[in-house]
Structures are given as structure tokens and as C-alpha cells.
Design a protein around this ligand. Structure first.
Ligand SMILES: C[S@@+](CC[C@H](N)C(=O)[O-])C[C@H]1O[C@@H](n2cnc3c(N)ncnc32)[C@H](O)[C@@H]1O
Length: 214
């Protein structure tokens, strides 16, 4: 297992504290409403679902959700959520999405784009958009860098990826790749894998939507 996945396995039980930050509550409430609405009645494929914070929001109104993550530690928590009965959980990699027969009308990933190395983004998006129905709704949600609220960037590599040093409750420290793309970069990449790309910028988050190629 790679460093990123091992870090999230270790963080599983403390992960959802990130959603309790007081300064982010207004944005999160708006996003929960928006995300619940855009996926209503759809069959949704979710990548890197983690502890199921957004899976539960989506499953409330979606027809069905298939949620994938590499870690059993987080999937166990996701399975305990209120709307888990409408969700099929799968253990697997977002880079090798199991073939579901392109039955999903929408694709969602929260806080995953920022962890994909820049040099892998194009290949990842090609794979992901080929796993859902032609013309499917695609949505990615992730962090904007906010001074004083975000963990500072500790270094950048030659490819332009940025990294943070994060500490868990047991005192262990982890270097985590975490990118903060501009809205222009998001639109440019999304437009290579479909049409109608649009970015919403909130104070703490960005949300990118588009439609997969027909
Ligand atoms: C930042 S968390 C996001 C969790 C959830 N989507 C959310 O928004 O709360 C990143 C997740 O990616 C998962 N992960 C790491 N590497 C992965 C991979 N190659 N394929 C699928 N999931 C992976 C981790 O287990 C973790 O749950």
C-alpha cells in the first residue's frame, strides 16, 4: 500500500473531525444541499469515499450509490452511516476502477483530486470518465488553500506537486501530497474529458462539475 493510503488507514477514526472546523460550517451546509440535489434520483459512482461523509449525503436522495475506497478502515465507518442501505461499498483503487458495466449516471469524488499527483491526473480522469455512462454528470469537490485554516504547504516537487506535513493523534507525522489547483487548471483538465466544465469557488472549497463525453 502506498504512503497516502496508509496515512488515511491510520487516520480513519479521527478523519471526520475535519468536518467540524467552525469556520467551514457555512460552506459545508451549502455543499451538502447542492450535492444532495445534483445527484437526486441518479445511480452514482463515488471514488475514494473514505468514511462516507458525502456518500451518506448523496445516498439520501440518489437512486443508488457504488462507493469505492482502498482502505477497509474507512469503509467500516462508511458502512455504519444512516443511508448505507442504498450503497454498495467496494474495496479498490481509484486508479483501477472495477468494471461495473457503465451503469452509473454520475461520478463523484470528494477531496481526492488534490491527492492525485499532477502527472497522473490526465490518465486518472480518462479512466474515471470511461467507467460511467456517456454524458454522465461528473463532480469533484476539494479544498482551497486558506491561510490560517489550511495546513501550510511544506515543499513542492519538480513536477509542481505540493506537500503538507500532517500529525495524527498518536504523534506520528506524515508527508502528504496535497495540491491546490487554480480554477483555470481545473477547467482546462476537465475540458479534456468532456464538456460544460464549471467551477464554483466557495471560501474554503472548490467544486468542479462537467459532463462526460457522449
Ligand atoms: C481525503 S480522504 C477523502 C474521503 C472522502 N471522500 C471525503 O470526502 O471525506 C482520501 C481517501 O482516499 C482513499 N485512498 C487513498 N488512496 C486511494 C486509492 N488509490 N484509491 C481509492 N481510494 C484511495 C483513502 O483511504 C481516503 O479515504
Amino acid at each position: 500500500m502506498d504512503k497516502l493510503a496508509a496515512y488515511y488507514a491510520q487516520r480513519a477514526t479521527e478523519y471526520e473531525r475535519i468536518y467540524a472546523k467552525p469556520e467551514r460550517q457555512a460552506d459545508l451546509a451549502a455543499l451538502r444541499a447542492r450535492i444532495g440535489k445534483i445527484f437526486a434520483k441518479k445511480a452514482v459512482l463515488e471514488l475514494a469515499c473514505g468514511t462516507g461523509y458525502w456518500t451518506d449525503v448523496i445516498a439520501e436522495r440518489a437512486q443508488q450509490v457504488t462507493a469505492l475506497d482502498l482502505n477497509d478502515e474507512v469503509l467500516g465507518i462508511a458502512r455504519s452511516k444512516k443511508n448505507a442501505g442504498k450503497v454498495t461499498f467496494l474495496r479498490g483503487s481509484a486508479y483501477e476502477i472495477p468494471d461495473q458495466g457503465r451503469v452509473h449516471e454520475a461520478l463523484f469524488a470528494g477531496f481526492w483530486w488534490s491527492h492525485v499527483p499532477l502527472e497522473r491526473l490526465d490518465g486518472f480522469l480518462k479512466e474515471a470518465t470511461s467507467r460511467v455512462k456517456p454524458g454522465a454528470l461528473i463532480a469533484f469537490l476539494d479544498n482551497r488553500y486558506v491561510e490560517g485554516s489550511s495546513t501550510p504547504v511544506s515543499r513542492k516537487d519538480a513536477a509542481g506537486n505540493s506537500y503538507q506535513t500532517r500529525t495524527l493523534d498518536d504523534g506520528s507525522t506524515h508527508e502528504v501530497l496535497k495540491n491546490f489547483p487554480s480554477d483555470g487548471e481545473l477547467i482546462r483538465l476537465a475540458s479534456r474529458h468532456g464538456w460544460g466544465a464549471h467551477v464554483d469557488l466557495l471560501e474554503h472549497y472548490w467544486m468542479l462539475t462537467w459532463w462526460a463525453p457522449k
